[in-house]
Design a protein around this ligand. Structure first.
Ligand code: F6P
Length: 747
């Protein structure tokens, strides 16, 4: 027998032996892991009920209160349904998806003592429902030693099967790799001399191109390692929120379903320049700053108004364009609006009506029925476009901002099973103020078409609850924080929005010293200059006039700053077709000129107003160059400029002076928080900021950076999508069990 055929026979025997071993091992592993999972599920149920025991006893047998506690228990993603049964085996309360077949009477037989000497006992079992296996457990509720009843939990077991299959997959994969490696090694051993083989190994270890025989092994090993790493990351709960983690959350909870975003502003605007050149601009918009990185991570479709002069030219015939340019990780679907539609829906109802209604900034809202008609029509057109873009009958749709209050209801009518998240990026007014709007009921009705309505702060959630209470016939569930309206339920949540971390613009910006040098040179300032910066769309809510007045006050209170302190304002023109904005442009210009006139001399001007759009790389250069950034909004849902300034300051220098009336002031507490109307306070804060020691600057900046690293926009999106996933599971379970979806019959 030749060496080669001996090697082949040995290989066949080896492969068979390993196959047998793998089969036996997979049986043992399967039964052991199933035991572990069962223990895990039992313990999870026990812990959930123990945690709620006190509350259950306190409220027993108040059906409404007990129902609320059960709903709280079923917030755990694997607990699908729960019921509370009295000692007399009557049902006290149950969550909506609770299957009838697990009646108190039926389960009680196993839990109830059979003789006076016995005690109530816990009981568990595995049962099958149309959608897969479930774990049913009954846990007695004791008050002072005697049982008042018991709680039945129905837990999802489908993941056990999935994990078993995965484990077996790994074992078989490992077997295949082992067998293959062994075969190749045996054959190679027969063919190669020891020297030749060791030379191959040396090449391999050095990373030099391996011989073809080794390439499949390496590929398999690499695949296996990658799968293991991905698994571990998916299972891991903690750690920072990253695009990767957001993607995994989507895959885990929502099976990677594609997301459809509806927002008026598009993330990339194509503009035609003289000579026919097309340039792509990044709009000055907090919404875009926040959502764009989320879409890059999740992919999907962003439905937006195509507002750029070259937008039609760069999109295909359906209005589709892949973005970001050069990266192309998601799609923008552009919706074309006529000038009348844009005038009525965007300039009119959205920005002359809703914008001043929601912001306490002393501008009178204007509501016209013509504008309202356009608003309704454009909302309908966007809802129809969403339906064209979805790839299932239960898609996830993120409806953004005040331009689309009616869209959630209109989408719901067309896609009853959709999971719709409506996020309102600006403040929500108190109900008295909302009463100004003749179409307040329609706005509320439209938003309650969503599965979840979100705001930045709890205060705006509270205002929304009051508004629903006052203007709609809806049931308010203050415990679960949500509403039941026209037979459907909607949750209400505060999700404070944030920025990507690390910010890709900050990462690509030059170091602080370089930025400072170039910005000071651009502004014609010397190296010793003290520099303040403001970055905004030119909007009356941003308090730009008050900001200039605060600079003036700082110069009055601290004359040593005159000649040294310069404040540069980057102001992107915005909504200039509206009179109030045109007027603001003139007022801001006048105010800057007056202050410059008063304090300027020998070329020194305390205020430099740049009324032009700046692209993010330029904005980040200014952030990095500044000694202080002043965000003086009179009212602002969140304000992401404040967060961007912090993200830009990798050097841990610079001071943020922040208006108390921004959502951001609740989070960035290490900023100097001021009332922008109080010019003494704001002027003093600017002076304090300019004199702050490097150590204090570092401590404050470091704390804010640590906060933003953790509370970044991936977390914002992850929390919303996590809540959406929970709702979807409940709905799907209800459908599986043949019950109407909880969102359809009212809970
Ligand atoms: O959050 C409010 C918001 O939607 C921001 O995205 C942006 O700052 C502004 O309103 C909208 O600006 P524009 O009208 O230019 O889209």
């Amino acid at each position: 027998m030749t060496g080669m055929s001996r090697a082949l026979r040995f290989t066949v025997a080896l492969v068979l032996g390993l196959g047998l071993l793998t089969w036996a091992a997979s049986l043992i592993v399967s039964s052991t892991t199933r035991d572990w999972f069962m223990k895990d599920v039992r313990l999870r149920g026990q812990l959930a009920v123990n945690g709620a025991r006190r509350a259950l006893v306190a409220h027993w047998p108040d059906a409404r209160a007990v129902q609320a506690i059960l709903s709280e228990i079923t917030r755990d993603e694997r607990i699908m349904a729960a019921a509370a049964c009295s000692a007399g085996l009557e049902q006290v309360a149950a969550t909506v998806a609770y299957p009838d077949r697990f009646s108190c009477e039926r389960i009680g037989v196993h839990v109830r003592p059979r003789s006076p000497r016995e005690r109530w006992a816990s009981w568990t079992s595995v049962d099958s429902l149309p959608g897969g296996q479930v774990h049913v457990s009954a846990i007695p509720i004791r008050d002072d030693g005697s049982a008042v009843g018991f709680v039945v939990l129905v837990q999802d077991m489908s993941y056990v099967g999935r994990r078993e299959a995965k484990t077996q997959g790994f074992l078989v994969g490992a077997f295949a790799i082992l067998a293959f490696s062994a075969s190749v090694l045996t054959v190679l051993a027969a063919r190669l001399s020891w020297r030749g083989w060791t030379r191959q190994m040396r090449d391999l270890l050095r990373g030099e191109s391996p011989r073809p025989e080794f390439q499949p092994i390496l590929r398999d090993v690499r695949d296996l390692v990658e799968r293991l790493v991905a698994e571990r990351e998916q299972e891991g709960q903690g750690g920072a929120w990253t695009p990767e983690r957001l993607k995994q959350t989507l895959n885990r909870h929502l099976h990677g379903e594609r997301i459809v975003v509806v927002a008026n502003r598009e993330p990339y605007i194509d503009e035609l320049r003289e000579g026919g050149e097309v340039v792509t601009l990044h709009p000055a918009s907090g919404l875009v700053t926040a959502l764009e990185p989320v879409m890059r991570a999740c992919s999907g479709v962003w439905v937006a108004h195509g507002s750029g002069s070259a937008d039609r030219q760069t999109a295909d015939e359906r209005g589709h364009v892949r973005v970001p340019p050069g990266e192309e990780s998601y799609v923008v679907r552009r919706v074309w609006l006529s000038p009348e539609e844009e005038r009525g829906y965007y300039y009119g109802f959205s920005n002359e009506g809703l914008w001043p209604l929601c912001h306490l900034a002393h501008t009178r809202p204007i509501f016209k029925s013509d504008d309202w008609r356009h608003y309704e029509n454009v909302n309908r057109r966007f809802a129809e476009t969403v339906c064209e873009e979805v790839d299932s009958d239960d898609p996830i749709v993120l409806v953004q901002d005040y331009h689309f209050a009616l869209a959630p209801r209109l989408i719901r009518e067309r896609l009853p099973r959709a999971t719709i998240l409506a996020f309102w990026h600006i403040p929500w007014p108190n109900s008295e103020r909302l009463g100004i709007c003749p179409w307040r009921t329609q706005l509320l009705d439209g938003l309650l078409g969503a599965s979840i309505v979100g705001f930045h702060t709890q205060m705006h959630c509270n205002n929304f609850v009051d508004a629903v209470d006052r203007y709609l016939e809806a049931r308010i569930d203050r415990e679960l924080i949500g509403f039941v309206y026209q037979g459907r339920s909607t949750l209400l949540r505060a999700y404070p929005i944030s920025i990507e971390w690390p910010d890709h613009w900050a990462e690509s910006a030059p170091p602080a010293a370089e930025c400072r040098k170039s910005v000071l040179a651009d502004l014609g300032l010397g190296p010793e200059a003290l520099l303040g910066v403001g970055v905004d769309r030119l909007d009356y809510t941003k308090g730009v006039e008050e900001r200039f007045l605060a600079v003036e006050r700082a110069l009055e209170l601290h004359p040593d700053l005159v000649g040294r302190f310069t404040f540069v304002q980057l102001a992107a023109p915005s909504r200039t077709l509206i009179d109030r904005y045109r007027e603001l442009n003139e007022r801001v210009e006048r105010e800057a000129a007056r202050i410059n006139e008063r304090f300027g001399k020998d070329g020194y001007r305390p205020i430099i107003l740049k009324r032009v759009h700046h692209e993010p790389p330029a904005v980040f250069r200014y952030y990095r160059a500044a000694d202080v950034c002043y965000v003086s909004s009179l009212h602002d849902g969140m304000n992401l400029v404040a967060k961007e300034f912090v993200s830009a300051r990798e050097d841990e220098r610079g001071v943020l002076v922040l208006s108390h009336f921004t959502g951001a002031a609740r989070e960035l507490t290490e900023a100097l928080i001021v009332n922008p109307y109080d010019l003494d306070e704001a002027g003093e804060a600017l002076a304090v900021a300019l004199r702050m020691s490097e150590i204090e600057q570092r401590d404050r900046m470091r704390a804010m950076r640590r906060y933003l690293a953790e509370f970044n926009v991936y977390r914002w999106a992850g929390r919303m999508l996590g809540d959406a996933a929970r709702l979807r599971r409940q709905d799907r379970l209800a459908i599986r069990l043949g019950i109407h979806a909880p969102t359809e019959n009212g809970t």
